[in-house]
Design a binder for this molecule. Structure first.
Ligand code: IFM
Length: 393
């Protein structure tokens, strides 16, 4: 019953999302590229879903863009709602279990202008959107992911200031995190109240942290960082999780340093991977880390789905090995009684990587002028794994 699939998110592929905070952010010149038409998935969704199904996948992860459905407060765009219905129906018709994310970094600009997730009193707007989706699509959604990578969202938007709204404040960062915990809990209850047998979870970015040396301070800083980054959120919402979605990308070897800055990493520096393997965008490749973060999740006693794992590799020279090495670690974790039930590769398509079209994560490459999709050789390799439901080693 293992689920094999891929993931995308609305803003990164759909194109024409002009009512979101990311659109506004791009207009103020804060990014290398503007998202614009992205890869026109809003237009080619049927083709893209067929691409996934033809690779033999039995699951697919999308997100629903709130700002498309509610471009201004209480104004519903029913055409967009209908389009998402067609997306979900197509996935179902093609035998794909549906994973649907309700918040994948982007928000309607009107919501952000009212203070976004900084204000607890705003959360009701998001919950109204959740209720709408639950009412409309209850039969079509198998796995509900309320929030994608809340730690990344809060850290980038409110601590480092590299995502909208571009703020840099330690207290706002914590405030937003607490409000996201509250949001998740309420959304969980709301979905369950509307949808019988709903499976509601999260897509959590967890990282593998290791001490750079055996020094006590290096070990201490790893423990602290791991507790905060990997477990703060999960512990708070533990009771409101039917499954854990894991997004795995990062390996960090930490070395303690005394620096009284306000940056999140103010008490450590990150030492590069010993094998220096990395994707085109500098993310380290460290498959063993996936085993370790999976094993860390065992304490929650929940089914785990890998909701993202992937590499930016334009030449496609590293992707097959990347897949093989990571899936091998999934297998070892399974044998060690980790209840992992699915693997969704990030991403089906090349897409807009939050500020730039540079990194290419796709199983299918996209020509950004003609929007032609072409399967990379690694997609065919992945198809073989899916067909066999196995890797050989
Ligand atoms: O593209 C992102 C995605 O939106 C969230 N997880 C990590 C991916 C690669 O950086």
């Amino acid at each position: 019953n293992f689920l094999w699939g891929a993931a995308i998110s609305a803003y990164q592929v759909e194109g024409g999302n002009v009512f979101s905070d990311w659109y506004a952010w791009e207009q103020s010149g804060k990014t290398i590229d503007k998202c614009g038409e992205a890869v026109q998935h809003a237009r080619y969704f049927a083709h893209d879903i067929d691409l996934a199904a033809d690779l033999g996948m039995n699951a697919f992860r999308i997100s629903i863009e709130w700002s498309r459905i509610e471009p201004s407060p209480q104004r519903l765009n029913t055409k967009e709602l209908e389009r998402y219905r067609q997306v979900l129906l197509r996935m179902k018709q093609r035998g794909l279990q549906t994973f649907v994310t309700l918040h994948h970094f982007t928000l309607p600009q009107w919501f952000v202008l009212r203070g976004g997730f900084e204000k607890r009193s705003n959360i009701v707007y998001f919950l109204n959107f959740v209720r709408l989706i639950a009412d409309e699509f209850k039969e079509l959604i198998d796995f509900w992911i309320v929030l994608n990578e809340p730690m990344i969202y809060a850290a980038h938007g409110y601590f480092e200031g590299s995502f909208p709204p571009g703020k840099q404040s330690r207290s706002l960062y914590m405030q937003v995190l607490h409000n996201l915990v509250y949001t998740h809990k309420h959304a969980y209850r709301l979905i369950h109240a509307h949808v019988e047998h709903a499976q509601v979870g999260i897509a959590k970015n967890n990282q593998f942290f290791e001490p750079a040396s055996n020094r006590f301070l290096d070990r201490w800083v790893v423990k602290k960082t791991q507790q905060h980054w990997n477990h703060f959120f999960l512990r708070k919402v533990e009771k409101e999780l039917d499954f854990i979605g894991l997004n795995y990308y990062f390996h960090n070897r930490l070395s303690f340093r005394l620096y009284a800055g306000w940056q999140p990493n103010h008490i450590y520096s990150v030492i590069r991977n010993e094998n220096l393997e990395q994707g085109d965008n500098g993310f380290e490749i460290y498959p063993k880390g996936l085993y370790h973060v999976l094993m860390e999740l065992k304490e929650y006693h929940k089914p785990v789905y890998i909701t993202e794992n992937g590499i930016a590799d334009r030449s496609d020279l590293k992707r097959q090995k990347f897949l093989y090495d990571h899936l091998k670690e999934v297998y070892i974790a399974l044998k060690d009684f980790c209840d992992v039930r699915g693997y969704l590769y990030w991403s089906l398509l090349d897409n807009y990587e939050w500020g730039s079209f540079g990194p290419r994560f796709g199983l299918a490459s996209v020509n950004y002028k003609t929007f032609e999709r072409r399967l990379r050789p690694s997609a065919i390799y992945y198809k073989g794994i899916i067909k066999e439901n196995a890797i050989v080693f």
